[in-house]
Design a protein around this ligand. Structure first.
Ligand code: HEM
Length: 149
C-alpha cells in the first residue's frame, strides 16, 4: 500500500510540475505579444516568476518520491519493492526527465532575461518551443507505463 500511495503522490506532483513546464512558455508568448504595454508585461512577468518558483517545489517533491520508488528498497524493501531491478527503462526515463528539467530551466532563464529588459523572440518561436515538452513527455510516459526493456 505504501508503494502505491507513494506512486499516487509522485503522479500528483508530476501533473503539477508538467503544468508549469507547459504553461511557462505560454507566459513567454504573452510577453512577446504585449510589447509596449509595461503594466501588462509586469503582471505577466510576475505570474511567470511565481509559476517558475512553484515549479521548483513541485519538481523537488516529484523527484523525492520518484527516488523513494526507485531506491526505497535500500531502507525498507517490504514497503518499496524493487520494481526497477534489471530494467533499462528507468535509466532511459531518468535521462529524458533530465532533458525536460534542462528545458524547464532554460524557460526560466528566458523569463528572467526578458524581465531584465531583453527583447523577447517572436510569439511563433515560443509556440514552437512549447511543443518540446510534449515530445519528451510522450516517451517518458510510454517508458513508465510499458516498461519495454
Ligand atoms: C524526477 C525524476 C523521476 C524519478 C526518479 C521517477 C521515478 C519513478 C519510479 C521509480 C516509478 C515507479 C515505477 C513503477 O512502480 O512501476 C515512477 C512511476 C511513474 N512516473 Fe516517475 N519519476 C520521475 C519523474 C517523472 C516524470 C517527469 C513523469 C512524467 C512526465 C513521471 C511519470 C510517472 C508515472 C506516470 C508513473 C506511474 C507508472 C505506472 O504505475 O505504471 N515520472 N517514477
Amino acid at each position: 500500500m505504501t508503494y502505491l500511495w507513494t506512486k499516487t503522490f509522485h503522479a500528483l506532483f508530476v501533473i503539477a510540475w508538467m503544468a508549469c513546464v507547459f504553461y511557462l512558455p505560454r507566459i513567454l508568448v504573452n510577453l512577446a505579444e504585449t510589447q509596449g504595454r509595461p503594466a501588462v508585461q509586469e503582471r505577466v512577468a510576475l505570474m511567470g516568476r511565481r509559476l517558475y518558483r512553484f515549479g521548483h517545489v513541485m519538481f523537488a517533491l516529484m523527484l523525492g518520491l520518484g527516488l523513494l520508488l526507485w531506491f526505497g528498497r535500500v531502507v525498507a524493501p517490504e514497503l518499496w519493492p524493487h520494481v526497477t531491478a534489471g530494467r533499462g527503462w528507468m535509466h532511459a526515463k531518468f535521462l529524458l526527465v533530465l532533458v525536460l528539467l534542462g528545458y524547464f530551466l532554460w524557460t526560466g532563464r528566458m523569463l528572467k532575461a526578458i524581465a531584465a529588459g531583453a527583447t523577447p523572440k517572436s510569439s511563433t518561436w515560443y509556440r514552437w518551443f512549447n511543443e518540446i515538452p510534449l515530445l519528451l513527455a510522450i516517451p517518458i510516459l510510454f517508458l513508465v507505463i510499458a516498461k519495454p526493456f
